[in-house]
Design a protein around this ligand. Structure first.
Ligand code: ACO
Length: 432
């Protein structure tokens, strides 16, 4: 929102100065509006990893990284994980407010009745190797949804946008579970409409035709919580990817598939899988100091996976909730003395006391504990990032919808600082 405040920019060589407007949000730092900077001054700003750039306005999610606060539409993540459900948070993110009972019933019905995927999609899976990474399969099959649901591809029609949003929230868990089943060589399990979102997802992942599968309420509750914790996180790499793809007016299925590709990397959602690999590599509590030293060594590419965050310079509030959930899940499953959990707890303790980590404000992030819970639940490690994508789909879709509904929508097109050769003449190959 425009304020009376301004910022003055002065060219030290010429003495010329320009007054830039300052915009205020409802929370967080104000921003200097540089949209007319190039037209007025002939200069661009330079911010390659977006450490100081707000790429959009958004009403969805607020993070105070210094205080370790995460809020969706004004509600803290702790309040939501304590009181809400994933589908209610999905409604909140998509629509802006908590639903009435009637709105919740309708939304639940709409999502539940879109959980099946076109039967032809089943054939896509057989085109992949069984040992393909599930994220590779997800990039393909989610993108392929746009080849099946032609009746909801018109992004300018609010009804079609709504149907696409419901389809994505409903079908991504089905595709994720199919991805897992395909890798395991087991038959696909169809969704069940009598189960809630988390229960149905666990059912599709773990049921077998040969025997009945009873979903554990503790595990379903933990799964629901994990999905809430991953639902949205303002303008992270994958969400910004979805927005940039969507700004060209690409269809929502294609945009979400681009978000999945961005999430895959170990610096982002892929970290949950990397954490477990790291804990296994450390192997025992007495080897932790050696790995802490390696993480601090600038000549060693090793980093403590699940530690550090671009925005949080405090404990990631999602990690706190997951740490508490970890005990509940391991208790329910009767897992005593999980060695990787013991290493994780000790690693956290040592790192939080180490000057290197303290100085750089490196705290555990959401990925630090999620892998341990998911492993205990029986998910193969390659599935961890897929589970992140299942939760984050709601955030991606809500952010995409918010962007499309913005009257000032324009294609996203960053500029650059060119550092290549100046203009030169072509030299024929015999003269080079
Ligand atoms: N282990 C050791 N040192 C680290 C770590 C780490 N995990 N993370 C950051 N640092 C150090 C950097 O070397 C740097 O040190 P320096 O100032 O001496 O050069 C300093 O801390 C700042 O780190 P940057 O890389 O500049 O921070 P950036 O914001 O670019 O990166 C990131 C954030 C990618 C999350 C980083 O902390 C990291 O690689 N962490 C491990 C991977 C991970 O857990 N990713 C999940 C992120 S959360 C999510 O996506 C859900």
């Amino acid at each position: 929102m425009k304020t009376d405040k301004t910022f003055t920019l002065t060219n030290d060589d010429t003495g010329e100065s320009w007054t830039l407007p300052v915009l205020d949000g409802t929370e967080g730092p104000s921003v200097i509006d540089v949209r007319k900077l190039y037209a007025d001054t002939g200069h661009f700003t330079f911010d390659p990893s977006y450490t100081s750039t707000a790429s959009c306005k958004s009403r969805l999610t607020f993070i105070d990284g210094d205080e370790g606060v995460l809020m969706h539409r004004g509600y803290t993540i702790e309040e939501l994980t304590d009181n809400s459900t994933f589908l209610e948070v999905a409604y909140l993110l998509l629509e802006g407010d908590l639903p009435s009972q009637k709105q919740m019933d309708d939304f639940t019905h709409n999502v539940t009745y879109h959980t099946m995927v076109h039967e032809q999609l089943h054939k896509f899976f057989t085109g992949f190797r069984r040992d393909a990474h599930p994220m590779a399969v997800m990039c393909g099959v989610v993108g392929a949804l746009s080849a099946f649901y032609h009746d909801s591809l018109d992004i300018w029609d609010p009804k079609q946008r709504e149907i696409s949003a419901h389809r994505l929230i409903a079908k991504i868990p089905t595709l994720a579970a199919m991805t897992m089943k395909y890798a395991l060589g087991q038959p696909f399990v169809y969704p069940r409409n009598d189960l809630n979102y988390a229960e149905n997802f666990l059912h599709m992942c773990f049921a077998l035709p040969a025997e009945p599968y009873k979903v554990s309420p503790t595990l379903a509750k933990a799964m629901d919580k994990i999905l809430i914790l991953h639902a949205d996180h303002e303008q992270n790499a994958s969400t910004s990817t979805v927005r940039l793809a969507g700004s060209s007016q690409a269809n929502p299925f294609a945009c979400i598939s681009s978000g999945i590709t961005s999430l895959w990397g170990p610096a982002h959602g892929g970290a949950n899988q990397a954490v477990l690999a790291m804990l296994r590599e450390i192997g025992s509590v007495d080897r932790i100091p050696e790995f802490i030293e390696r993480a601090k060594d600038k000549d060693d590419p090793f980093r403590l996976m699940g530690f550090g965050h671009r925005v949080y310079k405090n404990y990631d509030p999602r990690a706190g909730v997951l740490k508490a959930s970890c005990d509940e899940v391991l208790d329910e499953l009767g897992v005593e003395n999980e060695p990787l959990l013991e290493i994780a707890r000790e690693l956290e303790k040592i790192a939080l006391q180490d000057e290197y980590f303290v100085e750089r404000k490196l705290f555990p992030n959401v990925d630090f504990y999620s892998g341990i819970i998911l492993k205990a639940m029986g998910f193969p490690e390659e599935m961890f990032t897929v589970l992140f994508a299942v939760g984050r789909t709601v955030g991606w879709v809500s952010q995409w919808k918010e962007m499309i509904e913005e009257p000032t929508l324009r294609i996203g097109r960053p500029r650059q600082l060119y550092t290549g050769p100046k203009k030169r003449s072509y030299v024929s190959i015999d003269k080079r």
